[in-house]
Design a protein around this ligand. Structure first.
Ligand code: HAM
Length: 427
């Protein structure tokens, strides 16, 4: 019986890989000018890292993690996000001993056992950026600016930046108490999950997707009114930086995000083009996490881009043509076959994509293969052509065929393709 992939886990086939590669390349080039360096952390971590880091009461930890025991009975979890892992690496390798500001980005798969739907998968990919060692607000503005720069470099202008401040351990408890009271009076209107959250972690109720809960929080108290002076000034200063840089934003006092480590700045970049799963990136400040995970008391801020969602926006914007071989060498007879193999390797060394027929079948079959691969040109060489030092070069688009000198064929073909590539880049 055929074995297929599991629900919520997808293959990304070569036909669809164009926007993925482009997005990753753009992220690398944008992030590196902001001083971010790539880090790769393991996909598997000790479960405690996430339960402690992200918070027991979050949906991610309470119901979405892929957790299992290894052969020694240790509980391990496939990372549901990158921040906790990068923070663990930051604590473990102490890069702050060399320089107090550390900036990392990472690209890779995450795993959450959510109900799959459009824009939501069980294995999905994030491009993640984290900045350690600065309390902001200038670094908050810088990191938001970086996320916007990435989207601009992708030609995605119609996105909305939602911004909030969640306060600090000084002022948030007051808000929490007030919110608890508000929710307690309306408990019967909440879903069973939110009835529990209303006591244990009331901010999570803002995240609930159930209509009756959404209605209840419409008139809930706003965190903005509870911020202490420092948090208010921090938030105001961030907004000034964004205004100075002409970055539009929408204040959204109910943006609490689905992870417990946030304090002060939180933000989400949203689109109106993807339906329910409208967040293409999200992040915020998590000043307490390094300490919570056993490290020094260092502040931090970061965000993650949802690759699948951005890829689908990019796909709507422009086509990504399937790549085609530059040249197919159709060789007939053993000496020609050997020469073709040598030429193929030499041309590849010059950056050209060259193919030939491994099976060395007849000319008709080779031309058919060249056509199916979509080769731009075919060089046809039989033993007679090889002896005479002249082959045939066929343009597969126009069907035109011309004789070429084989004595210096590498140089000749390099020249032809260089001219073509120049013409293509001018178009
Ligand atoms: P998050 O909001 O959970 O934040 O995820 C960030 C982005 O990942 C979302 O905005 C969305 O685009 C994408 N995403 C999340 N879940 C799925 C899914 N099941 N399928 C497809 N895409 C998804 C975090 O993960 C934080 N670690 C971000 C952060 C970094 N905060 C500070 N530093």
């Amino acid at each position: 019986m055929e074995i297929t992939s599991i629900k919520g886990f997808r293959d990304i086939l070569p036909e669809a890989i164009g926007p993925w590669q482009w997005l990753e390349a753009q992220a690398r080039s944008v992030f590196e000018v902001f001083g971010f360096r790539e880090i790769k952390t393991p996909i598997l971590e000790k479960t405690e890292l996430f339960s402690r880091g992200i918070g027991q009461e979050t949906d991610i930890v309470s119901k979405e993690m892929y957790t299992f025991n290894d052969v020694k009975g240790r509980s391990l979890t496939m990372r549901p996000e990158a921040t906790a892992s990068v923070t663990r690496a930051y604590i473990q390798h102490r890069p702050y001993q060399t320089y107090p500001i550390q900036k990392f980005y990472s690209i890779g798969p995450m795993f959450r056992h959510e109900r799959p739907q459009k824009g939501r998968f069980r294995q999905f990919h994030q491009i993640n950026a984290e900045l350690f060692g600065d309390p902001g607000p200038k670094s908050d503005a810088d990191i938001i600016f970086m996320s916007i720069s990435l989207f601009e470099s992708l030609g995605l202008g119609d996105l909305i930046l939602n911004l909030n401040s969640l306060g600090c351990p000084e002022c948030r408890p007051r808000f929490k108490e007030r919110l608890k009271d508000y929710l307690a009076d309306r408990k019967t209107l909440l879903c069973p999950d939110c009835q529990r959250r209303a006591d244990t972690n009331p901010l999570r109720v803002f995240d609930c997707k159930i209509d009756s809960c959404k209605e209840v929080v419409l008139d809930a108290p706003s965190i903005a009114e509870f911020l202490c002076r420092e948090c208010r000034e921090h938030f105001a200063s961030l907004q000034n930086y964004l205004n100075d840089s002409d970055i539009p934003f929408v204040l959204n006092s109910q943006l609490v995000r689905g992870l417990d480590y946030y304090n002060r700045t939180t933000f989400e970049i949203q689109t109106e083009r993807l339906g329910a799963q409208n967040a293409v990136a999200g992040g915020g400040r998590y000043d307490g996490l390094v300490k919570l995970l056993g490290g020094p008391d260092h502040p931090a801020i970061g965000f993650a881009v949802g690759v699948e969602r951005v890829v689908s926006l990019i796909e709507d914007e422009r086509p990504f043509p399937y790549k085609r071989p530059d040249l197919f060498i159709a060789a007939l007879g053993e000496p020609a076959d050997k020469a073709a193999f040598r030429w193929m390797e030499a041309l590849r060394g010059n950056g050209l994509w060259v193919e030939l027929d491994y099976a060395s079948k007849g000319l008709k079959s080779q031309m058919k293969k060249a056509g199916r691969l979509g080769a731009k040109k075919v060089l046809i060489v039989g033993d007679n052509e090889l002896d005479a030092g002249r082959g045939l070069l066929r343009d597969m688009l126009t069907g035109e065929q011309a004789e070429v000198d084989l004595t210096d064929i590498i140089k000749v073909l390099k020249g032809i393709f260089k001219d073509e590539k120049e013409r293509e880049s001018e178009d």
